[in-house]
Design a protein. Structure first.
Length: 258
């Protein structure tokens, strides 16, 4: 009986580098294409893009760079920072394997020394998880307004309770993860139709079914945000891939994590 465990790195409590994502990065480096890399891993094209978006959003520097246009139609490359991450991961993976081998030698699970060995984890279903810096705070009697600066320089405001601020020990200068459900993200059609956060961006993907549309918006700094709206909601907005849009999010709908 052997002791095994995947090697995973987290940032602000969110999964960042997982073994399958590392395999995807190696495949991107080899093939220079998301579609070819997804087939090589294997994973779906959609899952591959979502993994890339998640890594770029959580990383302090871009890991994957997307090129568009050109005679070959563009491609996907690993940045110098991403290449260094792959090299460092390989070294840590080797040490991790040695540790597990040693742990296997020292552990006799059949002796009954351990009644239960388990791994507890919490994963959040909210699609949008973006790193940001806390730049200002306005405490109130019940809630605190927390001002965040994204990698693009745009500002996002979160309203959370005083208890949450104390529990998370949030203060200015910290890096936190802004979390928002895709159903709480609006694509705005007019300046006055949303009270709260307004982020400017460019639509990079639109996926539709019979009732809903999933819109992925590049908001700069290699951050993306996803909105899932009904077809009726987006009909007033003249929207297509590549067009500029304004994204609206209520401050109360922006959660924070550390």
């Amino acid at each position: 009986m052997e002791v095994t465990s995947p090697l995973t790195f987290e940032i602000s409590g969110e999964p960042f580098l997982l073994e399958k994502r590392i395999c995807l990065l190696h495949a991107i480096r080899e093939h220079g294409s998301i579609s070819k890399a997804a087939k090589a891993v294997p994973m779906s094209y959609k899952s591959a893009w979502e993994a890339v978006d998640a890594m770029n959003a959580l990383s302090p520097e871009p890991i994957v760079y997307r090129e568009t246009g050109g005679k070959d139609g563009g491609g996907t490359t690993i940045t110098a920072y991403g290449m260094q991450l792959l090299a460092n991961y390989a070294l840590l993976k080797e040490e991790h394997s040695r540790f597990l081998e040693r742990l296997t030698e020292l552990t006799d699970i059949q002796s009954g020394a351990f009644k239960t060995i388990g791994r507890l984890g919490l994963q959040i279903s909210a699609r949008n998880q973006i790193q940001a810096e806390v730049t200002a705070m306005e405490p109130g009697d019940v809630n605190t307004r927390v001002y965040l600066t994204l990698k693009s320089g745009q500002t996002l405001v979160s309203v959370i309770t005083e208890e949450a601020v104390e529990d998370l020990r949030i203060k200015t200068g910290q890096t936190v993860t802004a979390i928002c459900k895709s159903s709480n993200v609006n694509i705005l059609s007019a300046v006055g139709d949303e009270q709260g956060n307004r982020l400017e961006g460019r639509v990079i993907r639109i996926e539709k079914d019979r009732y809903n549309a999933k819109i992925t918006v590049d908001i700069g700094g290699h951050d993306t945000i996803v909105a899932v709206r009904s077809i009726e909601d987006i009909e007033p907005v003249d929207m297509c891939e590549g067009c500029r849009v304004t994204v609206g999010i209520r401050a109360n709908d922006v959660m924070l994590g550390r």
